[in-house]
Write a protein that binds this ligand. Sequence first.
Ligand SMILES: Cc1ncc(C[n+]2csc(CCOP(=O)(O)OP(=O)(O)O)c2C)c(N)n1
Ligand SMILES: [Mg+2]
Length: 899
Amino acid sequence: MSKREKADLSDALEEDKLEWAEAIETIYDEFGESGVREILRSLQDHVLSLNVALEEATLNTPYVNTIGVSSQPKYPGDLSIEEKIEKINRWNAIAMVLQAEDRGDGVGGHIATYASCATMLEVGFNHFFRGGKKDSDRDLLLPQPHAAPGIYARSYLEGRITDKQLKNYRRELQSEGGLSSYPHPRSMPDYWEIPNASMGLSTPAAIYQARFSKYLENRGLKSKSDAKVWCFIGDGESDEPEVLGTINIAAREKLDNLIFVINCNLQRLDGPVRGNGKIIQELERVFRGADWNVIKVIWGSGWDGLLARDTKGVLRKRMDDCLDGDYQMYSVLPGDVQREHWVEGNPELEAMMSSLTDDEVKQIKRGGQDQKKIYAAFDRAIKTEGKPTVLLVKTVKGDGMGAQGKNTAHQYKNMPSEERIRLAAELNIPISQEAAANAEFYRPDEASEEINYLRDRRTGLGGPLPDRVVQCESLKTPNMDLFLELLKGSDRPVSTTMVMVRLLSQLIKMPDIGKYIVPIVPDEARTFGMDGLFNVAGIYAPEGQNYQPVDADTLMPYREASDGQILQEGICETGAMASFMAAGSAYAVHGLPMIPFYIFYSMFGFQRVGDMIWSCGDMMCRGFLLGGTAGRTTLNGEGLQHEDGHSQVLASSVPNLLTYDPAFGFELVLIVREGIKRMYEDQEDVFYYLTLYNENYKQPELIESDKGIEDIDAEKIEGILRGGYCYERNLVDVDRPYVHLLASGSIVQQALVANELLTKLNINVCLWSVTSFVELERDALDCDRINRLNPSKSPKVSFVENLFSAEKGVFVAVSDYMKTLSAGLSRWLPGHLEVLGTDGYGLSETKSDLREHFEINSDYIVQASLAALYRQEMITLKEYKASIKGLKIDPDKLNPRSR
Ligand SMILES: Cc1ncc(C[n+]2csc(CCOP(=O)(O)OP(=O)(O)O)c2C)c(N)n1
Ligand SMILES: [Mg+2]
């Protein structure tokens, strides 16, 4: 259809449209909203039956504010004082970045993000964001990370941040204290509550925080509250798959305690977010499709009069047709050019716009810069029931500063003196020109109306935000005898995963801590044999179970319950991880010592959601990450994308994540008990990663059946917890050579066979179960550091050095992970170390063929031991050759790393 035909058609339809509108109004008068809905629904069905697709038409509303002027509540605050406060914050936020630039610190900072959302944040701080005690309706606030300077600037006015701290923005090591670039609880543990810096992670974090609040309420652990989670993100940020990928659960679980605010300044870092389209309309479709309550705040009050006169929809149509790329350009154009482009030769629109001068055209604000429009939207959001709300707020990137609306706004970090002086004057900052040129901070007098106003407002809203306060009772670690049965091992072959599941079922039943346990699984509970827990603990489902499960008459039915304890997250590792974050931080957020156990396919942990695990470290989350079906060769058959031979290495990169690779059930039990003690009794800011296996073998006993807890060897316990201990020592002949096998996880089973083979060769063997190569090395590196810094003092001896100090012979380390996991230990061992590991991609095979392929089976362990003995001249070549005869070794085989 040509343009002309299109125009004719739309003219011809004008009359029909009016008629239909009148008809709808009649229905409305007679039957109200529900009548209108019904008639529209039936019309839609009819249209669809004609095969006319309606997607856009049904999911999008016109490009105007969702809340009309007539529905706008009266603004309850003093607009002019609030504007003054906002301007001071704007100035100080910019001054922080400029001062750092002037000092030449090279630490950077951002100006444009806060400049675009300052008004929204001020309306929030003055009227909505509630602080206060843990048991009050206290909100959680997640601002955009790059808006942090503005949040600091406000806290400065509130008297919570000093002048010195403000000066030390991005200089955290300064003695007077500094401020972290972005929200990092680890850096500022009394201030930031939720970490935010890596784009896209704050939305799952917010969604699952909101959901976890409801979980706690439904389980009776927390009283019902009206608190909200406010999550601000950028429009560019919404490109991150984590943002839109997790919104469905918020609607499904009716999280009306969740409010997203998307700062649609139409720009990201490099340029426009959707130059050729409209990000607000695109996001509206997605969120409405996901059943969210969507509120658009597009136009400031300056447009109200024009829109009221727009009886023919000419202005609305132009607003709809205009692209974001054009809107961005309007934010930089002078009024006359803007008008010319805007009316685009349309006489009706030109006539409408003629009521405004060029200057007025230029001054008309977008919704996100208009306190009243923002207030109306926030007010509606907090009153919404049964749905999460997203506010799509149109703003201008870098509003009010030199680079406003320019593609370079994000990177704009400096301003020439004249620009600073102009800006200070424009923002009414009462400082000298010299002070403005030096970007000095400004804080009104303590008795000024601004300071009084903002203090009153915060007091009225319960207290300051952000504000991280940890008030959580410390738990008593369950007595060792409660674990007696599990410490006695089992003759029946079972895997460490099965021991973990048994341990979890026992923990859930323990009187003091049971209710705090939060088992979390993505769609994998059956893989780990956890289906027995479904009935015992129940799967959390806020609406309960409104159907009869297909397995209702079995012993292990799929039981959903509104007070269910298990979080079954579906196939969504991001969501499961966000649940871990919410549960693991509940001690700080809610004052409740929740203990999450998140069990997942180890390959889909660090590799997939490593960034979130890092964030958990930042947030000082507590709890247990359990990498199930671990090991490059222990999970046979599943192949390249499933076989994990590196999560232990990746875990070692998270500084406060204690990482273990236990071989036996009793090791696992002791490590978990110790974890509960360290995290929940002693309140240490650490969390745990444990790898679990699916290989079944006899679980040895830690305590013989006729003995009790008091008989456990304390040294052994210490070894298990610190990273290694002597599991078995076979002395055949003190004059013969010695081999020390250091093994972890399932591969200890291979070392046990190798032990037998070597013993038969008349070699002395000591088998060390290394519960954590990572912790052994961390401790040794820490000791090294102290010794390096204090060379004249008597050297500190690390645990690993101590463990092996009296040993002689050669050492062979083997695990189901990359060689780098154990190779680092060599410098602290008193003899030569050979390292075996699983470098290379996994592949589909049996366990035994995989272990041969990766050269970590018992034969290769024996060969490595003999080769080391020979190369250390502890046996002869003849003996070496004779000894390896029975082994299946191929010296010319392809390096598994190259396959
Ligand atoms: C995962 C991740 N990728 C990239 C970045 C770098 N980055 C920081 S801000 C930004 C642009 C943000 O644009 P938008 O979300 O629209 O926010 P605005 O500043 O426009 O409000 C980018 C790419 C980051 N912080 N995190
Ligand atoms: Mg943006």
